[in-house]
Design a protein around this ligand. Sequence first.
Ligand code: ADP
Ligand code: AMP
Length: 214
Amino acid sequence: MNLLIMGPPGAGKGTQSEVLVNELKIPHISTGDMLREAVKQGTEMGKKAKEYMDKGQLVPDSVIIGVVKERLALPDCKVGFLLDGFPRTVPQAEALDQTLLDLGIKLNAVININVPRERIVARLTGRRVCRSCGATYHVLFNKPKDEGKCDKCGGELYQRSDDTEQTVNNRLDVYEAQTQPLIDYYNRQGLVLNINGDQEISGVLSDIMGALKK
Ligand code: ADP
Ligand code: AMP
């Protein structure tokens, strides 16, 4: 299946993706993860991206579009993919359409996780991520068994530098102005599956699986 997962920062895209890609046996392509890896490695792209990410702004389309094009052309995407965090702007969505056309691939669905803005600050300021495997936790809503340690691989949990209250608010403004309009873009293509993300993690997952089966 060729899928997009959308929704505001903190909607639960990464959390749901971890399980979905195992169930569906497709690669998880997260542009946020790819950019954070580039920052960690100190690549040219990482250096350029860091200043935008720290402020909660989007990195320029010219930086991210080429990376996604290359990623989707790799052989593991032949069985499908779950694209998370891309597209975030109209030019990105148009570039994605063209890339998929060139590769002879069609999107099957766009999973759109809805969560009210007032819930999101608490979700993101309490988020913790595993430094080794990238698994996501929350200090209150999805606690690891041992504080500060990943259940899956034992790796150290850290707080993302952009998960502060100020940056979260910027990211939400950017989402509303630049990314939310894409839901209409995909509605016009009849692809959107609207999911209530304001419920327990397991409830969100079963709603997504149910919607994909229809
Ligand atoms: P996104 O990838 O959309 O930015 P995440 O999956 O990283 O969001 O989730 C953001 C934070 O909210 C994480 O700390 C995660 O554990 C927590 N979270 C995810 N889904 C839920 C949920 N349904 N209820 C409560 N907290 C959640
Ligand atoms: P995320 O992990 O999806 O929350 O993304 C973290 C940050 O990476 C965002 O705030 C942006 O600065 C940057 N980013 C991730 N994906 C994109 C994208 N498709 N376009 C522009 N910037 C992105």
